[in-house]
Every structure is written in structure tokens, then in C-alpha cells.
Design a binder for this molecule. Structure first.
Ligand code: EPZ
Length: 424
């Protein structure tokens, strides 16, 4: 069992390269199911979630060659099998993103319900309602969604709430539907906009991706594509929070500054200097760290995926930061672990009141989900003494070689293997 060991207290100085965006690469990989040609993705991060998605695509009849940062997907010989089994879907909720492409391409799909996850129930009712608008017959039985439609027909889908993968699933389904579709109250995340660019490369006519209304002219067939994935704004934001916590001066290569405006605004108010340097972004913090409130919201609001990392930084800020989580019902699991490191945090419903403390102390802590584990790494980088973050498989889902990247910027951090007898 791997763990990450950190000796804290060293300011970060140096250069860190930001990898391709996990939450862009996952839907784009699923979009390859819409075409029978061979597609190529570039700038794909080497992550567990990419491996999981590749395994699912192979199960569905695709030949997937992963040589990060490139991935090639082609149709394997033999019959396609539009079935996504529980054993694979339970490893990663984003597997639900094969549902729209499969029913659009093959007229039938059987996909395991993703089930809940650590951060919340995360239903997929909006995905299913949207597919029904496009003419799919949906049955939910024995833990599976069965969707059938000889050929989807365009229609108007109005989401009750903005959903990122819901919007992406229906964009992909509509791209192969007969006629025009209009999607209303869409998620506006940059990763949704990126999927729109790929669907246009495939021959669909998508306008408005990245806004709350998306129009799609479906096609009878879609072409394969060659696409370089955008950089990961959440990874970049995580490293910015790390510099905020430790102090220092780091050049973030390929950091997507424009997609991070809500985060950058808060970090600047907290005392960081964040400036564009050509294609890259320089992040510094020399002076005092000041408490800043944040409330998560769908893009272009403050991203829920940055809440835990921002909180770790706020633990050391002067004053009280009020952090409110509005997207998921259980996204404070990093709090008890931060408290064990000396953080002064009180939770009331979906709000965390973070009183800044002079220092954190290193401890053995447990990762519970992807961004909570990143939060514990940020805290460990600044805590006095040694921190060991366990269950780092959560971290490996969404951060490519994070310990190598941070070590390259001066952190005393390494991956260790806990002896078999150690409790995980
Ligand atoms: C995407 O998840 C991201 N994952 C998440 O990132 C991110 O936290 C989330 O969007 C919010 O930004 C990927 O893109 C692969 P939602 P998704 O549907 O699409 C409710 C990470 O850390 N909802 O936008 O599953 C839902 O319960 C991961 O990289 C319904 O009620 O999130 C939640 O409260 C974690 N019914 C809210 O909407 C539905 O049918 C937003 O969820 C769908 C969603």
C-alpha cells in the first residue's frame, strides 16, 4: 500500500508543469464510441481514471493504446458490446459517460448505475430524463440502466440543475441524433466547452458549449478526431493553493489562467501574487496570508473541486474564513484530518468556519476522496514535522506524479510503501 510522506515547512520554489485535464479527457475518451474510426488524444494525463476508462472502452469493443500523454482508440474486430458492467463502473462514476454515446451509436446500452460515492449520492436522473427527451426508452432494473432507441431524435432538453457529466452525456447523444437539439440550463465548465470542440471536429455542429444553452445539429455518422486536451485547471489551482500555504515562488507551465478566474480572484485577495508569464503563470506568496470567504457554485463560480485545497491553505490565514459547499452534501471529509493536524475548523451544516492558527503539525492522515487527499498534501507541505498521507490511490485518480512535481519545486515529499502489516 503506497503512502505519501512529507516533511513540511519548506517554501515551494521552481517550475511545475500542469498536465492535461482529467475531467476533459474522460468525456473525450467516451466520445470515441460515437465513431468507427481511429481517434487520437494528446496531452492526456497518466492517471488511474484514464486507465479505468480505457479498460471500459476495451470491454465495449475498442482497441485502446495508452502511451501517456497520447491515447489511441480504434474499433477492435468483433461484435461491439454496449454493456458497462458494475465491476468497472463502480470504480469510477464518470463511466456513466458511455451511456449517451452507446445508445446513440448502437441503439441500445446497458450501463450499471454508478451508485453513491464518498462525497454524495450523485444521482443521474438528469442524464436519463434528457435521453428520454431524445426518444430513448429507459428502464432501471437490477442496478442497471437499460436505454433503447432505434435512432435518437433531436429535441429540447431543459436541465433542472446544471450537471457537468449530464450536459456532456446529452451533447454526445445529440451529436448522433436525427435533427437539431437544444440543451438548456447546461453546465458551463471549460471541460464542457472542450467536448463541444471535439464533437465539432467529429462533424457535429455544436454551438454554445460553455454557455447555458447549447445547440447541436446531429449527424448520421461522426468522424474520428485528433485532439490535444486542455490543461487541468483544478490541478493548477491545487498547486496555487500549495504556494499560498507554504509561501514561495513557482512558475506553473501551461496553467489555464482564464479558466481559473474565480479561484485566482480569491487567492489574490488572500495575499498571493498571480501573474501571466507568456503561456505560463507565476504564483508567489511572500507576505501574510489573509482569510477569504468562498462559496462553491457551478462554473463560473468557485469550483467545488477547489474547496478542500483552499480550506487547507485557509487553516494558516489570519482571521476567519467561511467556506460554504453548495454542490455536494458530504464534501468536508478532509476536515477531521486537518483538525488532527491542528486546524481550528467548525462545521455547521454545509459551512466550515476556519479560524487561522499559527501552525499545523505533521500527522499520519487518511485520504477519503480525490480532492480531500490533495488538501492533506497541501497541509502536509506546510505542517511542522512529518505527514504521512495514506490511501493515496484516491490521489492517483486525479493527480499525475504529484510527489515528483512538488519535489521538483523543493518540497521534501516522496512516495513510500507501507509494510504489509501496516493498517491501510
Ligand atoms: C463533475 O461531476 C466532475 N467530474 C466532478 O469532479 C465535479 O466535482 C462536479 O462535476 C461538479 O463540478 C467529472 O467531470 C468527471 P454534476 P458530475 O453532475 O458531473 C447533482 C473531481 O474531483 N445531480 O455536475 O458527477 C449532483 O448530485 C470530480 O474531479 C443530480 O441531482 O457532477 C450534484 O449535487 C469530483 N442529478 C450536482 O448535481 C443528476 O442527474 C452537480 O453534479 C446529475 C447531477
Amino acid at each position: 500500500m503506497d503512502a505519501i510522506q512529507i516533511r513540511g515547512g519548506r517554501p515551494l520554489r521552481g517550475t511545475i508543469r500542469v498536465s492535461g485535464a482529467k475531467n476533459a479527457a474522460l468525456p473525450i475518451l467516451c466520445a470515441t464510441l460515437l465513431s468507427d474510426g481511429a481517434s487520437r488524444l494528446r496531452n492526456v494525463p497518466a492517471l488511474r481514471d484514464i486507465e479505468t476508462t480505457s479498460a471500459l472502452l476495451r470491454f465495449l469493443g475498442r482497441d485502446v493504446q495508452v502511451a501517456a500523454p497520447e491515447v489511441e482508440v480504434a474499433v477492435a474486430t468483433g461484435e461491439a458490446r454496449p454493456l458497462a458492467p458494475y465491476e468497472l463502473v463502480r470504480q469510477m462514476r464518470a463511466s456513466v459517460l458511455v451511456l449517451g454515446p452507446l445508445v446513440a451509436r448502437y441503439g441500445r446500452a446497458k450501463v450499471s448505475l454508478p451508485g453513491g460515492c464518498a462525497i454524495g449520492a450523485r444521482p443521474i436522473d438528469q442524464h436519463l430524463k434528457g435521453l428520454e427527451v431524445l426518444g430513448a426508452k429507459i428502464q432501471v432494473e437490477h442496478g442497471y440502466v437499460v436505454a433503447e432507441a432505434p435512432r435518437l431524435t433531436g429535441g429540447e432538453i431543459v436541465f433542472d440543475i446544471p450537471t457537468v457529466t449530464g450536459t456532456e452525456n446529452l451533447m454526445m447523444a445529440a451529436a448522433l441524433a436525427r435533427g437539431r437539439s437544444t440543451l438548456v440550463n447546461c453546465a458551463r465548465e471549460p471541460e464542457v466547452e472542450e467536448l463541444g470542440r471535439v464533437l465539432n471536429k467529429m462533424g457535429a455542429r455544436v454551438t454554445g458549449a460553455g454557455t447555458d444553452v447549447i445547440h447541436i445539429e446531429g449527424r448520421a455518422e461522426l468522424d474520428p478526431f485528433d485532439h490535444a486536451v486542455i490543461s487541468d485547471r483544478i490541478e493548477a489551482g491545487t498547486f496555487m493553493a500549495a504556494v499560498g500555504a507554504t509561501g514561495g515562488d513557482v512558475l506553473l507551465e501551461n496553467a489555464p489562467l482564464d479558466d481559473l478566474e474565480p479561484v485566482v480572484a480569491k487567492l489574490r485577495r488572500a495575499g498571493l501574487t498571480i501573474e501571466r508569464e507568456g503561456e505560463h503563470t507565476r504564483v508567489r506568496r511572500e507576505g501574510e496570508l489573509v482569510a477569504v470567504d468562498a462559496t462553491t457554485a457551478p462554473h463560473p463560480g468557485f469550483p467545488t473541486d477547489m474547496q478542500a485545497q483552499f480550506m487547507a491553505m485557509m487553516c494558516l490565514a489570519r482571521g476567519r474564513a467561511v467556506l460554504t459547499e453548495t454542490i455536494f452534501e458530504n464534501r468536508f471529509m478532509h476536515v477531521p484530518e486537518l483538525q488532527r493536524m491542528g486546524a481550528n475548523i467548525e462545521i455547521r451544516h454545509n459551512t466550515a468556519f476556519v479560524e487561522g492558527v499559527p501552525r499545523l503539525t505533521g500527522a499520519s492522515v487518511m485520504a477519503t476522496d480525490l480532492r480531500a487527499s490533495a488538501s492533506l498534501v497541501v497541509a502536509g507541505l506546510v505542517a511542522e514535522g512529518e505527514t504521512v498521507v495514506r490511501r493515496v490511490y484516491h490521489l492517483d485518480r486525479g493527480y499525475e506524479h504529484i510527489e515528483q512535481k512538488l519535489a521538483g519545486a523543493g518540497a521534501a515529499i516522496e512516495r513510500i510503501t507501507l509494510s504489509p502489516g501496516t493498517l491501510p
